[in-house]
Design a protein around this ligand. Structure first.
Ligand SMILES: *Cc1c(COP(=O)(O)O)cnc(C)c1O
Length: 373
């Protein structure tokens, strides 16, 4: 089989989505499936929908267009503030975009008027992560401006946590967000359809808090795809962590005579000592490198350890084991390795447990006289 490749088990992604959707529905929280780590791969997007997510979201319009081209018709949101230069494409491809700048919303309004349609916006409010967001003090004025913008509907308010700074969304912060929503609604005389409380980092809060307050939506990517808590890296109960596997091929296996390397000797003193490592371990090279993925984000099989990597090589210490030339090594990607592998043209995507996409169904309907034999 072609290497390097990433094998994708859609059944496990469906299961993870369904498990999270059901667990959160007990708390009246709906799930938006986030596809940015898989570059808007349409079959993975469909697997999230099959698992029951109520809508999809991505950070890039190109990925959303890719999903639309597969015939998927569910509600879709752009969760990165749109570029003004892409306003027209955003109106065409998405029902909703997440926003923090009035200038951008004005441009979206112009495009929506031009196309004689309406567009929903969710306003992101800054709650401590210090990435995107309107300062809470500025929110009321901002909302009033949005409410009078032609062809724009204010759908809701969102917040984001633990992306730029590892601020874990705790109970206190989430109560603050709920209070902010209650005040805003009272003062601006409105009722928001969506309060999107955050991402996979919010799950410990959502599962354990006494009440979720006004939050009725979470945007989940990493937890559905990789089954882990993004802050701790720990597996979330009931989820698969092995929906994705990368396979790379061995292109060299040799005993290297001597490996001299610079190492800290582990003592507490600040001086660095040179340690000559005379071990003669078996060393293999895999045909995969930084150009393909985040090599440090790959977990190796037991008894194999990582020596180093370059743009096109990954070098492994295999101890006493000698890997045959042409053999394949299984690697498990973390979020950053997954994201880069899914966007790398040289990594083949192999999908298991597929189901038909809407566009395939449409193609079948167009040829009603076709008989399968
Ligand atoms: C990436 C992203 C998400 C999803 O985050 P995960 O940790 O993968 O669940 C949600 N919201 C925004 C704004 C994002 O950029």
């Amino acid at each position: 089989m072609t290497a390097p490749r990433i094998e994708i088990n859609l059944k496990k992604i469906r299961h993870n989505a369904r498990h999270l959707v059901q667990r959160l529905s007990r708390r009246s929280v709906r799930v938006t499936g986030v596809t940015k780590a898989v570059c808007g791969h349409p079959e993975i997007a469909q697997a999230m929908l099959d698992g029951g997510v109520s809508e999809l979201a991505d950070a890039r319009i190109e990925n959303i267009e890719r999903i639309r081209q597969s015939g998927i018709k569910c509600p879709m949101s752009l969760i990165r503030t749109p570029m003004q230069s892409q306003a027209g494409r955003v109106i065409k491809g998405c029902d909703t975009s997440f926003n923090t700048e009035l200038d951008v919303i004005q441009m979206l309004s112009k495009s929506a008027q031009h196309m004689n349609t309406r567009h929903n916006v969710v306003l992101m409010v800054e709650m401590g992560d210090l990435r995107e967001g309107i300062q809470p003090d500025d929110l009321k004025g901002f909302v009033r401006d949005v409410l009078i913008t032609p062809n724009i509907t204010l759908k809701g308010i969102g917040a984001n946590f633990a992306c730029l700074n590892s601020i874990v969304p705790d109970h206190k912060t989430m109560i603050e967000l709920s209070n902010l929503i209650n005040n805003l609604e009272a003062e601006c005389d409105l009722l928001l359809e969506m309060v999107s409380g955050g991402n996979s980092a919010n799950l410990p809060w959502a599962f354990n808090c006494k009440y979720v307050g006004r939050i009725n939506n979470l945007r989940l990517g990493e937890s559905i795809l990789l089954g882990v808590d993004p802050i701790t890296g720990a597996r979330i109960d009931g989820l698969f962590t092995d929906a994705f596997t990368i396979f790379a091929e061995v292109i060299e296996t040799k005993v290297k005579p001597e490996r001299n390397c610079w190492r800290m000797d582990g003592s507490k003193s600040s001086a660095i000592h040179v340690v000559i490592d005379n071990s003669k371990a078996m060393q293999s090279i895999l045909a995969i490198g930084y150009q393909d993925t985040d090599i440090e984000g790959l977990s190796l099989p037991i008894n194999i350890s990582f020596i180093g990597a370059t743009s096109d090589h990954m070098i492994l210490d295999t101890g006493a084991v000698s890997l045959a030339i042409g053999a394949e090594v299984k690697l498990r990607p973390n979020y950053s390795a997954l994201m880069r592998a899914m966007s790398a043209p040289n990594i083949k995507k192999v999908v298991h447990n597929r189901r038909r996409l809407p566009k395939d169904n449409a193609a079948l309907q167009l040829t009603p006289n076709l008989t399968l034999i």
